[in-house]
Write a protein that binds this ligand. Structure first.
Ligand code: CA
Length: 406
């Protein structure tokens, strides 16, 4: 191996995820994560080993690289895997091609043109339905027929590590009194995964479930911040708005669908049968272990949730088929959130809303404090990895500190 990769690293030789990094003396550029290091792709390009226009590797986002198409991006990943494992390859004895991850700053990997958020975990939708509506009929009548979603705000999607201030807004704490304005009292995370599209479609064109994977470049961890009190007051009748658009964070490394292929699994049985355009063949769910930790200010991290991406009722192929069935066009760099990923167990719920059940079951923290929602000074960290037959790949983390309202 050209460079040492620690055992159990998220960024094993099987992964090779793409991102945008910079250091004190390197401008933002494309790289791949390898163990504790980043392989500088713009520097590798100078060795004249790639047969495409390598200017795309010096851009501040990966959109143009992704736009080269899977034939090229898959070959780049495969070549890097081979070179890293061959001590006599073109990467040998060139330490200047690598930087330590700890010395690099990560940036948004893509320019996000458009962002859609789905609501595709049956456990999450059922939990929210029980709390906000009717415990007996928690799922709305459309839920098992449509991968329910909404168009979100792309401008406020930011990369892991960027702190945010507690958002302010309008809420209605007491039914009999007028609404009030101030910092949200119910700041929440949503544990999601996001997929990034790698191909444009023309207006009027649709992507079938069979074609969907050709259009998906890769996945990131996605924390879709939510202000539950603002949400509760504003969401009728048009759905999420200011409770959702103040920030969402993604992990900086895009793990490709090719890297994730060995971890495909069956999804839950869909009953009733879906309409033909949502039918699919083969394995479309992915076995990715997910967890969320909360670190209080000056405290130590405590895991509050362990979930898995494989629980999703609606898969990514169905989501993309639904998104485009009416002819809505999609672009390279679009981001599609899965919706909060909850499992069946109480410790697998993907939001504080569910974990502390609307504040009725506060979580006990190691420092003696309690959490119903997220407090100022808390850092929320999400991690994800897949493991099978000794192969492990991971996403690293998406981590955000909450600062007091401005
Ligand atoms: Ca969401």
């Amino acid at each position: 191996m050209i460079i040492n990769i620690p055992e159990n690293s998220d960024f094993s030789i099987h992964n090779i995820p793409f991102g945008i990094f910079s250091t004190q003396d390197r401008s933002p550029r494309a790289g791949v994560a390898v163990g504790e290091h980043i392989l500088d792709l713009a520097a590798v390009a100078e060795l004249d080993v790639f047969d495409f226009n390598t200017a795309v590797l010096e851009k501040e986002v990966l959109n143009d690289f992704i736009g080269l198409g899977k034939e090229i991006t898959k070959k780049v990943r495969r070549d890097i895997q081979l070179w890293l494992q061959d001590d006599t390859s073109i990467l040998a004895n060139k330490p200047e091609l690598f930087v330590k991850r700890s010395e690099a700053q990560m940036h948004m990997p893509v320019y996000v043109n458009d962002y859609t958020d789905f609501y595709s975990s049956i456990e999450h939708a059922t939990n929210v339905g029980k709390m906000f509506r009717d415990p007996e009929n928690a799922l709305l009548p459309n839920w098992k027929h449509i991968p329910v979603g909404y168009h979100g705000r792309a401008s406020s999607i930011v990369v892991s590590g960027e702190p945010i201030h507690r958002p302010k807004g309008q809420t209605k704490p007491k039914a009999e009194e007028p609404p009030v304005f101030g910092p949200t009292q119910r700041l929440d995370f949503e544990l999601e995964m996001g997929f990034i599209t790698g191909k444009n479609t023309a207006l009027g064109e649709s992507v079938s479930t069979a074609e969907a994977e050709d259009h998906i470049f890769g996945l990131v961890l996605f924390n879709d911040w939510s202000a539950r009190d603002i949400q509760k007051w504003e969401y009728v009748p048009l759905g999420p708005f200011l409770a959702k658009n103040f920030a969402s964070h993604i992990s900086p490394w895009i793990v490709t669908l090719e890297a994730l292929a060995p971890f495909k699994v069956h999804g839950p049985q869909q009953d009733p049968k879906v309409l033909p355009y949502l039918e699919y063949e083969g394995l479309k769910n992915y076995d990715i272990h997910l967890e969320v930790g909360i670190t209080p200010d000056n405290g130590s991290e405590q895991t509050v949730c362990k979930s898995n991406f494989k629980y999703m009722y609606w898969n990514m192929a169905q989501q993309l088929a639904h998104q485009t069935v009416n002819g809505c066009n999609i672009n390279i760099g679009d981001l599609y959130g899965s919706g909060t990923i909850s499992g069946k167990d109480e410790n697998s719920y993907g939001s504080m809303l569910e974990l502390a059940w609307m504040g009725t079951k506060p979580l006990k923290m190691k420092d003696g404090t309690e959490r119903k929602f997220i407090l100022d000074g808390d850092t929320v960290t999400m991690r994800g990895f897949a493991e099978k037959n000794g192969k492990r790949i991971g996403f690293g983390e998406v981590s955000t500190k909450i600062l007091p309202a401005k």
